[in-house]
Design a protein around this ligand. Structure first.
Ligand code: GDP
Length: 474
């Protein structure tokens, strides 16, 4: 699987910037570089030291006449195997103009390099054993991280914490399997039979660890994808004002005419490092009293969908006016959902006593007095949103202390689930006193799943899918 050509790609985002980087990697790196780069101080490329910087000029050579200088650059040099890819690498830092960067790349390609595929640098790093597959995938996650929590998990994975746990599981599994297979191969020899109960206990312990990882995936999913919060309530209670207050900016249109709020808005904010995706619904007015038409408008459909998908529903009421039939109807619709009540317009004299709210909302349902106009109560509301999700609180707590590493990737979760199920089945087979061969076959399945996960045994197609997620130049 090892590749031996030399690849090149732009490693910085497109557009203008102070600097741009073109990266070269492969055994021919120091054949390509001297063709396009003239260092200010002469360098003997075949023996150039790694981890060094070289100032000089990119030049364009023509068939006739001297080479013409093109840009002033600094080239970072890394020698195999002490580089990101494990190969010889050069990173050309040029001025960050689109034309310049593209031209430097073109010069590399004309001088013997091939354009890298998406993720190919990281793929080579994996193929050369610098990173295992889990770590390689963490690179893409780290780059894509939009929230502190996700960044931390991805960085942990890149550092190899998850890989270490997975390797421990694999080793333990291999050990149990080796025992069992020794038994199978040498039944006639005088090898002590596998002591069944201790093996079963070891397998169950592995199953439990796999389960814990799967559990972390569930928690991590919220951290990674963010919480979906949907604002609902009858017209004019202050949903769009609150939406803005939560975002601390005035983006939505606020109006005094009931029912004129635009269809739906979606914005993201970060609360305590967690990404919160905020939806505002419209159309609920017709949703509750417009049954006469019998037809659901697109707005209503989307409002319903948003409510269905919400992790938290913010039920907004106007605490300065009477409870209405419409409030009741909407409340009925969101029954059973994870709800936080917002007693909005708290800057005005209240019409409700705390007991009234408990009577309406039910015991234990959080209700937060707030004013979208003055901003009072908005920070408390943000906290209440996070608190309403126990799995999230758990996830946040784990972020603060040193906890076992967590799973964030669906591919990983799928394979761990397969491993967990096979382990469960192996333990059950022992419990039923089935033949060692059946147990071994389940254990092998579990091992295969773990090996595919870490990349110890993985097919090219899987690699292709994984690395196609990456950007070119990574
Ligand atoms: P929506 O229809 O639920 O989205 O309500 P809007 O956000 O459009 O607000 C309706 C009216 O209530 C506007 O005139 C807002 O200025 C006003 N409003 C919203 N929140 C508050 C609040 O906390 N206090 C007061 N006094 N007025 C508010």
């Amino acid at each position: 699987m090892l590749e031996n050509d030399t690849i090149a790609a732009i490693a910085t985002p497109s557009g203008e910037g102070g600097l741009g980087i073109v990266r070269l990697s492969g055994p021919g790196t120091f054949d390509v570089l001297p063709k396009i780069f003239v260092p200010a101080t002469p360098v003997s490329w075949p023996s150039v030291a790694g981890h060094t910087l070289h100032h000089g000029r990119i030049v364009r050579r023509t068939d006739d006449g001297p080479p013409s200088p093109f840009d002033d650059v600094v080239v970072g040099v890394f020698r195999a195997p002490r580089s990101y890819t494990g190969e010889d690498v050069a990173e050309i830092t040029c001025h960050g103009g689109t034309l310049i960067i593209q031209s430097v790349l073109d010069l590399c390609l004309k001088s013997g390099a091939r354009l890298a595929e998406p993720g190919e640098f990281t793929k080579r790093s994996f193929l050369n054993g610098k990173l295992d597959l889990v770590q390689a995938e963490a690179v893409a996650d780290l780059i894509a991280a939009r929230s502190e929590s996700f960044r931390k998990t991805a960085f942990d994975q890149l550092q190899g914490r998850l890989s270490k746990t997975l390797q421990e599981l694999r080793r333990e599994l291999l050990d149990i399997l080796a025992h069992l297979e020794a038994n199978l191969d040498f039944v006639e020899d005088d090898i002590p039979a596998l002591e069944k109960e201790p093996a079963r206990i070891r397998i169950c312990a592995l199953e439990e660890r796999a389960n814990a990882l799967l559990e972390s995936y569930r928690e991590g999913k919220i951290l990674r994808e963010g919480i979906r919060v949907t604002l609902t309530g009858r017209p004019n209670v202050g949903k769009s004002s609150l939406f803005n207050a939560l975002l601390q900016e005035d983006r939505a249109i606020v109006s005094d005419v009931p029912g004129t709020t635009r269809d739906r808005l979606e914005e993201s904010l970060i609360v305590q490092g967690v990404s919160v995706v905020l939806h505002d619904t419209a159309g609920l007015r017709s949703m509750t009293d417009g049954s006469s038409s019998g037809v659901e408008t697109e707005g209503i459909r989307r409002a319903r969908q948003s409510l269905e998908r919400a992790d938290v529903v913010l039920f907004v009421i106007d605490s300065s006016s009477e409870w209405t039939r419409e409030d009741s109807d909407i409340l009925e619709m969101i029954r059973g959902k994870n709800t936080v009540w917002v007693l909005n317009k708290s800057d005005r004299p209240p019409r409700f006593k705390p007991d009234d709210i408990i009577a309406l909302a039910g015991k234990g349902v959080p209700s937060i007095p707030a004013s979208a106009v003055t901003g009072d109560g908005v920070p408390v509301l943000k906290q209440a949103i996070l608190k309403s999700l126990p799995a999230l609180s758990q996830g946040l707590r784990s972020m603060e202390k040193e906890t076992p590493p967590s799973i964030t990737n669906r591919r990983h979760a799928g394979l761990i689930e397969t491993a967990r199920d096979s382990l469960r089945s192996a333990a059950a087979a022992i419990g039923r006193g089935e033949a060692d061969e059946c147990v071994a076959s389940d254990l092998r399945k579990a091992l295969e799943a773990l090996s595919e996960l870490t990349g110890d045994k993985v097919v090219e197609d899987v690699l292709k899918t994984i690395f196609s997620r990456f950007c070119v130049g990574k």
